[in-house]
Design a binder for this molecule. Sequence first.
Ligand code: SF4
Ligand code: SF4
Ligand code: SF4
Length: 316
Amino acid sequence: MAEKAILFDSSKCTACKGCQVACKCWNDLPSPAAGEAKWSGTHQNPIDINGDTRLIITFNETEAPAAYSTKPIGWAFGRRSCQHCDDAPCATVCPGGAITKDEETGMVTVDDSKCIGCQYCKSACPFDVPRYYNDGTFGKSIINKCSGCVDRIGAGMEPACVATCQPDALKFGDRDEMLKIANEKVEWLHEHGYPDACVAGNDENYKTHVLHVLKYGYEAHGQLENPSIPATVAMTQVMKPVTGAISGLTVVGLGAMFALAAGYDRRRLAYNPETQDTLDYDTGEVVQHGDPQDSKSVMEHITENLPFGKGGKNHE
Ligand code: SF4
Ligand code: SF4
Ligand code: SF4
C-alpha cells in the first residue's frame, strides 16, 4: 500500500462540521449532555479538541485580499486534529507502545489499552494534539486522538470525516497524489487573488499525512508555519533505556515476590486458655504446651485502665 494522506482544502470547506460529527459517530465518542457543554460563544464548538473530541473545525476571521474579494472579511476555516507527522514524536516518546506509526499508510495509530497515562506524548507533540479521558480507574488518563481511521482504511474505506464531506473539502488517497492536487490548488489560488495561499504538511516544511490547502496563509488559519519537535523528545530517547530498565526490574521484583508468596502457606493457630496450649487450628495438633498466654480480650485491658471505664478504679 502506498503512503496515504488526508487533504483538507480550506477554500472548499463550508464549516458544516459534518466531519466532526462523523468522527464522533464512527469512533463512538460521547458528547456532553445538554447543560454540561462549555460553549465558546463563537461558531467554534467545542472550543478545542478534548478527551472525547478528536477533530474540530476552527473559525478564524481574516482580512480578505482587496483586489478580488467582494467582502472585506473572510472566513479562514481550519481543521484541528492530529496531523499524522512523518516523524511522529508522540510515538517516539511513548514508553508503553500505545502510539505507533503505521508504516504502510503513515497514519499514527493508537492502542489505548497500552496507554499508561504518562502524558509524554502531549509534551512531545508540536501541535498540542493528544488529549485524555479517564477510563474509570482512579487517576488513570488514557490518550484519545485521531487514529487516522486505519480500521476503515484497512477495510478499503475512506476515513469517516472524509467520507461525509459534501463539498469535497476533504480527500483521501496516495500522499503523492494528494500533494499534487494541493500544489495545483495553491497555484490556482495565487492566480485568483490569494497570494498567501500555501500547503501545510508538505515535504519541505514539516512532513505530515494530513495536508492543508490554506487559502489565506498559515497564520490566518491557525496553522504553524515552522513546527518543531521539542528538545525534550531527544532527551526522552536517552532516558528511555534507563526508565525501561527500571520498569523491567520493578516487574521482575514484583514477579519474584509473587512467586515466593505463592508457596507460602500461613499457619492458623488457636489458644486453649484452660490447658494453656497453643494448637494448630486446622489439624488440632499441639504446637506448644502450657504457654501461659493472656486470655483477656484487648477490650477488657483497655477498659479496665480507664479512670471511668468498665473495670476502672472509679467505676462502682
Ligand atoms: S465536512 Fe467538509 S465542509 Fe463540512 S466542516 Fe468538515 S471539511 Fe468542512
Ligand atoms: S481520520 Fe477518523 S479518527 Fe481521524 S478525524 Fe477523521 S474520522 Fe476522526
Ligand atoms: S500531530 Fe501530535 S499527536 Fe499527531 S502524530 Fe504529530 S506529534 Fe503525534
